[in-house]
Design a protein around this ligand. Structure first.
Ligand SMILES: *Cc1c(COP(=O)(O)O)cnc(C)c1O
Length: 454
Protein backbone atom coordinates (compact mmCIF):
# COMPACT_ATOMS: atom_id res chain seq x y z
CA UNK A 1 0.00 0.00 0.00
CA UNK A 2 1.32 3.47 -0.84
CA UNK A 3 2.04 5.61 2.21
CA UNK A 4 -0.46 8.40 2.93
CA UNK A 5 0.80 9.89 6.21
CA UNK A 6 4.31 10.41 7.55
CA UNK A 7 4.38 10.40 11.35
CA UNK A 8 7.12 11.10 13.86
CA UNK A 9 7.53 9.66 17.33
CA UNK A 10 7.10 11.94 20.33
CA UNK A 11 10.84 11.79 20.92
CA UNK A 12 11.32 13.41 17.50
CA UNK A 13 9.44 16.58 18.48
CA UNK A 14 12.08 19.30 17.99
CA UNK A 15 14.16 20.28 21.02
CA UNK A 16 15.10 23.69 19.56
CA UNK A 17 13.40 26.35 17.47
CA UNK A 18 15.16 27.73 14.40
CA UNK A 19 15.91 31.47 14.41
CA UNK A 20 16.39 32.49 10.77
CA UNK A 21 17.50 36.00 11.82
CA UNK A 22 20.93 34.55 12.66
CA UNK A 23 21.42 33.24 9.11
CA UNK A 24 19.89 36.11 7.13
CA UNK A 25 22.49 37.91 4.98
CA UNK A 26 20.66 41.21 5.68
CA UNK A 27 19.13 41.42 9.16
CA UNK A 28 15.67 42.94 9.59
CA UNK A 29 15.79 46.67 10.39
CA UNK A 30 15.15 47.33 14.10
CA UNK A 31 11.73 48.33 15.45
CA UNK A 32 11.66 52.01 16.48
CA UNK A 33 10.23 53.74 19.54
CA UNK A 34 6.96 55.36 18.39
CA UNK A 35 7.79 58.76 19.95
CA UNK A 36 11.58 59.10 19.72
CA UNK A 37 12.15 56.95 16.57
CA UNK A 38 15.17 55.40 18.36
CA UNK A 39 15.84 51.65 17.81
CA UNK A 40 14.21 49.62 20.57
CA UNK A 41 16.14 47.23 22.82
CA UNK A 42 14.76 44.15 24.59
CA UNK A 43 14.27 46.08 27.86
CA UNK A 44 11.91 48.50 26.07
CA UNK A 45 9.80 45.64 24.75
CA UNK A 46 9.79 43.84 28.12
CA UNK A 47 7.36 46.41 29.53
CA UNK A 48 4.59 44.73 27.61
CA UNK A 49 6.00 41.29 26.63
CA UNK A 50 7.75 38.68 28.75
CA UNK A 51 11.50 39.32 28.97
CA UNK A 52 12.34 36.09 27.18
CA UNK A 53 10.04 36.85 24.23
CA UNK A 54 11.46 40.39 24.07
CA UNK A 55 14.96 38.87 23.89
CA UNK A 56 13.98 36.36 21.21
CA UNK A 57 12.35 39.15 19.22
CA UNK A 58 15.66 40.96 18.71
CA UNK A 59 18.04 37.97 18.69
CA UNK A 60 20.09 38.02 15.50
CA UNK A 61 22.90 35.86 16.98
CA UNK A 62 21.60 32.42 17.88
CA UNK A 63 20.31 30.22 15.07
CA UNK A 64 18.98 27.62 17.54
CA UNK A 65 17.02 28.40 20.69
CA UNK A 66 16.18 25.65 23.21
CA UNK A 67 12.52 24.75 23.68
CA UNK A 68 11.90 24.52 27.44
CA UNK A 69 11.17 20.94 28.52
CA UNK A 70 7.85 22.06 30.08
CA UNK A 71 6.79 23.42 26.67
CA UNK A 72 7.88 20.27 24.83
CA UNK A 73 5.79 18.31 27.36
CA UNK A 74 2.71 20.30 26.33
CA UNK A 75 3.61 20.11 22.62
CA UNK A 76 3.43 16.33 23.07
CA UNK A 77 -0.32 16.60 23.82
CA UNK A 78 -0.87 17.12 20.09
CA UNK A 79 2.51 16.99 18.29
CA UNK A 80 3.99 15.74 16.12
CA UNK A 81 1.43 16.61 13.45
CA UNK A 82 1.05 14.49 10.32
CA UNK A 83 2.67 15.23 7.00
CA UNK A 84 0.18 14.00 4.43
CA UNK A 85 0.53 13.21 0.73
CA UNK A 86 -2.58 14.67 -0.94
CA UNK A 87 -3.20 11.75 -3.34
CA UNK A 88 -6.91 12.60 -3.54
CA UNK A 89 -6.24 16.17 -4.59
CA UNK A 90 -3.48 15.11 -7.01
CA UNK A 91 -5.83 12.66 -8.72
CA UNK A 92 -8.63 15.22 -9.01
CA UNK A 93 -6.21 17.64 -10.65
CA UNK A 94 -4.64 14.91 -12.78
CA UNK A 95 -1.27 16.49 -12.08
CA UNK A 96 2.19 14.94 -12.17
CA UNK A 97 3.08 17.14 -9.15
CA UNK A 98 3.47 15.50 -5.75
CA UNK A 99 1.47 17.52 -3.22
CA UNK A 100 2.15 17.27 0.51
CA UNK A 101 0.55 19.18 3.35
CA UNK A 102 1.57 19.63 6.98
CA UNK A 103 -1.63 19.25 8.97
CA UNK A 104 -1.69 21.78 11.81
CA UNK A 105 -5.45 21.38 12.25
CA UNK A 106 -5.28 18.24 14.38
CA UNK A 107 -4.84 19.87 17.80
CA UNK A 108 -7.85 20.56 20.07
CA UNK A 109 -7.88 24.26 19.16
CA UNK A 110 -7.85 23.59 15.43
CA UNK A 111 -5.03 25.88 14.26
CA UNK A 112 -1.26 26.32 14.48
CA UNK A 113 -1.59 29.24 16.97
CA UNK A 114 -1.20 26.96 19.99
CA UNK A 115 2.49 26.43 19.05
CA UNK A 116 3.28 29.97 20.18
CA UNK A 117 0.59 30.39 22.87
CA UNK A 118 2.27 27.67 24.95
CA UNK A 119 5.79 29.18 25.16
CA UNK A 120 4.46 32.73 25.56
CA UNK A 121 2.40 31.69 28.61
CA UNK A 122 5.19 29.50 29.95
CA UNK A 123 7.69 32.39 29.97
CA UNK A 124 5.16 34.71 31.68
CA UNK A 125 4.66 32.11 34.42
CA UNK A 126 8.43 31.62 34.81
CA UNK A 127 8.96 35.36 35.15
CA UNK A 128 6.38 35.66 37.95
CA UNK A 129 3.43 37.04 36.01
CA UNK A 130 -0.10 36.03 37.02
CA UNK A 131 -2.13 37.45 34.14
CA UNK A 132 -1.98 37.60 30.36
CA UNK A 133 -4.04 39.58 27.93
CA UNK A 134 -4.45 39.75 24.18
CA UNK A 135 -6.72 40.67 21.31
CA UNK A 136 -8.36 38.30 18.90
CA UNK A 137 -10.34 38.72 15.70
CA UNK A 138 -12.05 35.58 14.53
CA UNK A 139 -10.89 33.95 17.76
CA UNK A 140 -8.32 31.26 16.87
CA UNK A 141 -5.55 33.05 18.73
CA UNK A 142 -7.76 33.91 21.70
CA UNK A 143 -8.81 30.26 21.99
CA UNK A 144 -5.20 29.02 21.86
CA UNK A 145 -4.08 31.60 24.41
CA UNK A 146 -6.96 30.79 26.79
CA UNK A 147 -6.03 27.12 26.75
CA UNK A 148 -2.29 27.77 27.22
CA UNK A 149 -2.95 30.23 30.08
CA UNK A 150 -5.05 27.61 31.86
CA UNK A 151 -2.31 24.97 31.49
CA UNK A 152 0.25 27.22 33.18
CA UNK A 153 -2.14 28.64 35.82
CA UNK A 154 -2.47 32.19 34.45
CA UNK A 155 -5.61 34.34 34.26
CA UNK A 156 -6.37 35.33 30.65
CA UNK A 157 -8.37 38.37 29.52
CA UNK A 158 -9.16 38.45 25.80
CA UNK A 159 -10.50 41.42 23.85
CA UNK A 160 -12.37 40.10 20.86
CA UNK A 161 -13.40 42.36 18.00
CA UNK A 162 -17.08 43.04 18.81
CA UNK A 163 -18.44 42.28 15.35
CA UNK A 164 -16.50 38.97 15.17
CA UNK A 165 -17.80 38.02 18.60
CA UNK A 166 -21.34 38.39 17.30
CA UNK A 167 -20.56 36.60 14.01
CA UNK A 168 -18.65 33.69 15.60
CA UNK A 169 -20.21 33.09 19.02
CA UNK A 170 -18.69 29.62 19.39
CA UNK A 171 -15.15 30.94 19.61
CA UNK A 172 -15.90 33.05 22.68
CA UNK A 173 -17.64 30.03 24.19
CA UNK A 174 -14.42 28.05 23.61
CA UNK A 175 -12.32 30.74 25.29
CA UNK A 176 -14.65 30.84 28.29
CA UNK A 177 -14.64 27.05 28.52
CA UNK A 178 -10.89 27.30 29.06
CA UNK A 179 -11.50 29.87 31.81
CA UNK A 180 -10.69 33.16 30.06
CA UNK A 181 -12.74 36.32 30.41
CA UNK A 182 -13.80 37.66 27.02
CA UNK A 183 -14.82 41.24 26.29
CA UNK A 184 -16.13 42.59 23.01
CA UNK A 185 -13.93 45.45 21.83
CA UNK A 186 -14.42 48.38 22.03
CA UNK A 187 -15.49 47.83 25.67
CA UNK A 188 -16.18 50.11 28.64
CA UNK A 189 -13.45 48.40 30.69
CA UNK A 190 -10.51 50.47 29.39
CA UNK A 191 -9.94 54.15 28.78
CA UNK A 192 -9.14 53.50 25.12
CA UNK A 193 -12.42 51.55 24.75
CA UNK A 194 -14.49 54.24 26.52
CA UNK A 195 -12.98 56.95 24.31
CA UNK A 196 -13.83 55.02 21.17
CA UNK A 197 -17.41 54.32 22.32
CA UNK A 198 -17.91 57.97 23.29
CA UNK A 199 -16.81 59.06 19.83
CA UNK A 200 -18.65 56.31 17.99
CA UNK A 201 -21.26 54.44 20.10
CA UNK A 202 -21.83 51.76 17.45
CA UNK A 203 -18.19 51.09 16.59
CA UNK A 204 -18.04 47.44 15.38
CA UNK A 205 -14.49 47.02 16.72
CA UNK A 206 -11.32 46.09 14.83
CA UNK A 207 -8.01 44.41 15.62
CA UNK A 208 -6.72 47.96 16.10
CA UNK A 209 -9.21 48.78 18.87
CA UNK A 210 -8.69 45.40 20.55
CA UNK A 211 -4.87 45.74 20.53
CA UNK A 212 -5.13 49.19 22.09
CA UNK A 213 -7.35 47.84 24.88
CA UNK A 214 -5.18 44.79 25.58
CA UNK A 215 -1.99 46.87 25.71
CA UNK A 216 -3.67 49.31 28.09
CA UNK A 217 -4.74 46.46 30.38
CA UNK A 218 -1.24 44.96 30.33
CA UNK A 219 0.45 48.26 31.20
CA UNK A 220 -2.01 49.18 33.99
CA UNK A 221 -2.35 45.76 35.70
CA UNK A 222 0.46 44.46 37.95
CA UNK A 223 2.09 41.20 36.75
CA UNK A 224 0.12 41.20 33.52
CA UNK A 225 1.75 40.75 30.10
CA UNK A 226 0.51 41.26 26.60
CA UNK A 227 0.77 38.43 24.07
CA UNK A 228 0.45 38.41 20.29
CA UNK A 229 -0.40 35.53 17.96
CA UNK A 230 1.26 36.64 14.72
CA UNK A 231 3.46 39.26 12.98
CA UNK A 232 6.32 39.37 15.53
CA UNK A 233 9.63 37.55 15.14
CA UNK A 234 9.35 35.46 18.31
CA UNK A 235 5.95 34.15 17.20
CA UNK A 236 7.36 32.91 13.88
CA UNK A 237 10.31 31.45 15.83
CA UNK A 238 7.97 29.31 17.97
CA UNK A 239 6.13 28.17 14.85
CA UNK A 240 9.29 26.66 13.32
CA UNK A 241 8.38 23.36 15.02
CA UNK A 242 6.11 22.98 11.96
CA UNK A 243 8.91 23.17 9.39
CA UNK A 244 11.47 21.28 11.47
CA UNK A 245 9.11 18.33 11.77
CA UNK A 246 8.16 18.62 8.10
CA UNK A 247 11.83 18.49 7.13
CA UNK A 248 12.22 15.10 8.83
CA UNK A 249 8.92 13.86 7.44
CA UNK A 250 9.78 14.86 3.86
CA UNK A 251 12.95 12.84 4.33
CA UNK A 252 10.83 9.84 5.37
CA UNK A 253 8.89 10.35 2.14
CA UNK A 254 12.19 10.43 0.25
CA UNK A 255 11.51 13.88 -1.24
CA UNK A 256 12.49 17.52 -0.87
CA UNK A 257 10.09 20.37 -1.73
CA UNK A 258 10.59 22.41 -4.90
CA UNK A 259 7.94 24.81 -3.66
CA UNK A 260 6.76 25.68 -0.12
CA UNK A 261 3.45 27.48 0.25
CA UNK A 262 1.49 28.91 3.20
CA UNK A 263 -1.29 31.43 3.66
CA UNK A 264 -0.29 34.80 4.99
CA UNK A 265 -1.85 36.99 7.68
CA UNK A 266 1.09 38.29 9.69
CA UNK A 267 3.44 35.49 8.66
CA UNK A 268 3.59 33.00 11.54
CA UNK A 269 2.40 29.80 9.85
CA UNK A 270 4.30 30.79 6.72
CA UNK A 271 7.53 31.44 8.63
CA UNK A 272 6.97 28.35 10.74
CA UNK A 273 6.85 26.03 7.75
CA UNK A 274 9.18 27.93 5.42
CA UNK A 275 12.15 29.12 7.52
CA UNK A 276 13.66 25.68 8.27
CA UNK A 277 13.64 24.90 4.52
CA UNK A 278 14.75 28.42 3.56
CA UNK A 279 17.88 28.00 5.64
CA UNK A 280 19.05 25.48 3.02
CA UNK A 281 18.52 28.11 0.30
CA UNK A 282 20.58 30.59 2.32
CA UNK A 283 23.30 28.21 3.53
CA UNK A 284 23.42 25.26 1.11
CA UNK A 285 22.40 26.68 -2.26
CA UNK A 286 19.04 24.87 -2.48
CA UNK A 287 16.63 26.42 -4.96
CA UNK A 288 13.23 25.93 -3.31
CA UNK A 289 10.58 28.56 -4.19
CA UNK A 290 8.67 30.10 -1.27
CA UNK A 291 5.18 31.46 -1.84
CA UNK A 292 3.01 33.37 0.65
CA UNK A 293 -0.68 33.40 -0.32
CA UNK A 294 -2.62 36.49 0.70
CA UNK A 295 -6.18 37.65 -0.02
CA UNK A 296 -6.64 39.99 -3.01
CA UNK A 297 -8.62 42.23 -0.66
CA UNK A 298 -5.64 42.72 1.69
CA UNK A 299 -2.58 42.56 -0.60
CA UNK A 300 0.27 43.96 1.51
CA UNK A 301 2.90 41.62 0.05
CA UNK A 302 2.00 42.12 -3.60
CA UNK A 303 0.81 45.74 -3.57
CA UNK A 304 1.95 47.24 -0.25
CA UNK A 305 4.98 49.42 0.36
CA UNK A 306 8.06 48.78 2.51
CA UNK A 307 7.84 51.44 5.25
CA UNK A 308 8.10 51.95 8.98
CA UNK A 309 4.51 51.71 10.20
CA UNK A 310 2.49 51.05 13.36
CA UNK A 311 1.28 47.55 14.15
CA UNK A 312 -2.12 48.83 15.33
CA UNK A 313 -4.72 51.34 14.29
CA UNK A 314 -4.30 53.67 17.27
CA UNK A 315 -0.51 53.90 16.85
CA UNK A 316 0.48 52.51 20.29
CA UNK A 317 2.96 49.86 19.09
CA UNK A 318 6.60 50.35 18.09
CA UNK A 319 7.19 51.36 14.47
CA UNK A 320 7.88 48.20 12.48
CA UNK A 321 9.81 48.02 9.19
CA UNK A 322 7.44 46.09 6.97
CA UNK A 323 5.41 45.79 3.81
CA UNK A 324 2.21 47.60 4.74
CA UNK A 325 -1.02 48.94 3.33
CA UNK A 326 -1.08 51.62 6.06
CA UNK A 327 -2.06 51.03 9.70
CA UNK A 328 -5.57 52.40 9.20
CA UNK A 329 -6.25 50.31 6.07
CA UNK A 330 -9.72 48.78 6.37
CA UNK A 331 -9.84 45.45 4.51
CA UNK A 332 -13.14 44.11 3.21
CA UNK A 333 -14.99 41.80 5.57
CA UNK A 334 -13.81 38.52 3.98
CA UNK A 335 -14.27 35.25 5.85
CA UNK A 336 -10.54 34.60 6.25
CA UNK A 337 -10.50 36.85 9.34
CA UNK A 338 -6.93 35.80 10.23
CA UNK A 339 -5.60 37.31 6.98
CA UNK A 340 -7.17 40.76 7.41
CA UNK A 341 -4.07 42.50 8.72
CA UNK A 342 -2.45 45.55 7.15
CA UNK A 343 1.23 44.58 7.55
CA UNK A 344 3.72 41.73 7.19
CA UNK A 345 6.29 40.56 9.76
CA UNK A 346 9.71 42.25 9.86
CA UNK A 347 11.69 39.12 8.92
CA UNK A 348 9.37 38.28 6.03
CA UNK A 349 9.52 41.85 4.74
CA UNK A 350 13.32 41.75 4.62
CA UNK A 351 13.28 38.31 2.95
CA UNK A 352 10.98 39.65 0.23
CA UNK A 353 13.27 42.64 -0.34
CA UNK A 354 16.16 40.19 -0.69
CA UNK A 355 14.31 37.95 -3.14
CA UNK A 356 14.08 34.80 -1.01
CA UNK A 357 10.29 34.57 -1.32
CA UNK A 358 7.31 36.24 -2.92
CA UNK A 359 3.60 36.78 -2.38
CA UNK A 360 0.61 35.84 -4.55
CA UNK A 361 -2.85 37.31 -4.04
CA UNK A 362 -5.97 35.22 -4.39
CA UNK A 363 -9.61 36.30 -4.75
CA UNK A 364 -12.11 35.05 -2.17
CA UNK A 365 -14.17 32.88 -4.54
CA UNK A 366 -11.10 30.99 -5.77
CA UNK A 367 -10.10 30.26 -2.16
CA UNK A 368 -13.46 28.67 -1.36
CA UNK A 369 -13.58 26.79 -4.65
CA UNK A 370 -10.18 25.35 -3.74
CA UNK A 371 -11.22 24.60 -0.16
CA UNK A 372 -14.29 22.73 -1.43
CA UNK A 373 -12.18 20.59 -3.77
CA UNK A 374 -9.75 19.84 -0.93
CA UNK A 375 -12.62 18.91 1.42
CA UNK A 376 -14.15 16.58 -1.17
CA UNK A 377 -10.86 14.85 -2.04
CA UNK A 378 -8.97 14.81 1.28
CA UNK A 379 -11.90 14.78 3.73
CA UNK A 380 -10.80 17.79 5.77
CA UNK A 381 -12.74 21.07 5.77
CA UNK A 382 -9.99 23.71 5.78
CA UNK A 383 -10.06 27.07 7.57
CA UNK A 384 -10.92 29.93 5.17
CA UNK A 385 -7.37 31.22 5.79
CA UNK A 386 -5.81 27.87 4.83
CA UNK A 387 -7.89 27.84 1.62
CA UNK A 388 -5.51 30.52 0.32
CA UNK A 389 -2.56 28.12 0.60
CA UNK A 390 -4.58 25.36 -1.03
CA UNK A 391 -5.55 27.68 -3.91
CA UNK A 392 -1.90 28.59 -4.50
CA UNK A 393 -0.91 24.90 -4.40
CA UNK A 394 -3.64 24.06 -6.93
CA UNK A 395 -2.46 26.83 -9.27
CA UNK A 396 1.04 25.43 -9.05
CA UNK A 397 -0.07 21.83 -9.61
CA UNK A 398 -2.00 22.92 -12.73
CA UNK A 399 1.09 24.67 -14.08
CA UNK A 400 3.07 21.50 -13.39
CA UNK A 401 0.54 19.58 -15.47
CA UNK A 402 0.87 22.00 -18.38
CA UNK A 403 4.64 21.80 -18.18
CA UNK A 404 4.62 18.02 -17.62
CA UNK A 405 6.74 18.59 -14.54
CA UNK A 406 6.88 16.23 -11.56
CA UNK A 407 7.48 18.93 -8.98
CA UNK A 408 7.15 18.52 -5.23
CA UNK A 409 4.79 20.98 -3.54
CA UNK A 410 4.49 21.34 0.23
CA UNK A 411 1.87 23.55 1.86
CA UNK A 412 0.68 24.29 5.39
CA UNK A 413 -2.86 23.40 6.38
CA UNK A 414 -2.89 26.01 9.14
CA UNK A 415 -6.29 25.05 10.56
CA UNK A 416 -9.66 23.41 10.06
CA UNK A 417 -12.84 25.27 9.22
CA UNK A 418 -15.37 23.49 11.41
CA UNK A 419 -16.23 26.67 13.29
CA UNK A 420 -16.43 28.63 10.05
CA UNK A 421 -19.29 26.75 8.45
CA UNK A 422 -21.32 29.94 7.97
CA UNK A 423 -18.66 30.94 5.45
CA UNK A 424 -19.00 27.66 3.53
CA UNK A 425 -22.78 27.89 3.66
CA UNK A 426 -22.62 31.38 2.19
CA UNK A 427 -20.29 30.16 -0.55
CA UNK A 428 -22.52 27.19 -1.41
CA UNK A 429 -25.57 29.46 -1.51
CA UNK A 430 -23.76 31.79 -3.93
CA UNK A 431 -23.73 34.67 -1.46
CA UNK A 432 -19.98 35.37 -1.46
CA UNK A 433 -18.17 37.72 -3.80
CA UNK A 434 -14.72 38.95 -4.69
CA UNK A 435 -13.42 42.30 -3.53
CA UNK A 436 -11.00 44.37 -5.52
CA UNK A 437 -9.29 47.48 -4.25
CA UNK A 438 -8.03 50.30 -6.39
CA UNK A 439 -4.48 51.64 -6.45
CA UNK A 440 -6.05 54.94 -5.37
CA UNK A 441 -7.44 53.46 -2.15
CA UNK A 442 -4.11 51.86 -1.31
CA UNK A 443 -2.30 55.10 -1.98
CA UNK A 444 -4.74 56.96 0.25
CA UNK A 445 -4.23 54.74 3.27
CA UNK A 446 -0.46 54.75 2.72
CA UNK A 447 -0.52 58.53 3.12
CA UNK A 448 -1.04 58.12 6.88
CA UNK A 449 2.11 56.07 7.37
CA UNK A 450 4.55 58.05 9.59
CA UNK A 451 7.48 59.64 7.79
CA UNK A 452 10.66 57.75 8.70
CA UNK A 453 13.82 57.52 6.60
CA UNK A 454 14.78 53.94 5.72
C1 LIG B 1 -4.33 33.24 12.44
C2 LIG B 1 -4.41 32.28 11.35
C3 LIG B 1 -3.71 32.50 10.14
C4 LIG B 1 -2.93 33.73 9.84
O1 LIG B 1 -1.90 34.03 10.70
P1 LIG B 1 -0.36 33.84 10.30
O2 LIG B 1 0.38 34.48 11.44
O3 LIG B 1 -0.12 34.56 9.01
O4 LIG B 1 -0.11 32.39 10.20
C5 LIG B 1 -3.78 31.51 9.18
N1 LIG B 1 -4.50 30.38 9.35
C6 LIG B 1 -5.18 30.14 10.49
C7 LIG B 1 -5.96 28.88 10.61
C8 LIG B 1 -5.16 31.08 11.54
O5 LIG B 1 -5.82 30.84 12.66
Amino acid sequence: MRQKKFLLQEKDIPTQWYNIQADMPNKPLPPLHPATHKPMVAEDLAHIFSMECARQELDTQHAWIDIPEEVRDKYAYYRSTPLVRAYGLEEALDTPAHIYFKNESTNPLGSHKINSALPQCYYCKQEGDTNVTTETGAGQWGAALSYAAKLYGLEAAVYQVKISMQQKPYRSAIMRTFGATVEGSPSMSTRAGKDIITREPNHPGSLGTAISEAIELATTTPNCKYTLGSVLNHVALHQTVIGLEAEKQMEMAGEYPDEVIACFGGGSNFGGLAFPFMRHNILDGKKTTFVAAEPSSCPKLTRGKFEYDFGDEAGYTPLLPMYTLGHDFKPANIHAGGLRYHGAGMIISQLIRDGYMHGVDIPQLETFESGMLFARTEGIIPAPESCHAIAAAIRSARQAKEAGEEKVILFCLSGHGLIDMTAYENYINGDLRNYTISDDDIEKSLRNVPQVEI
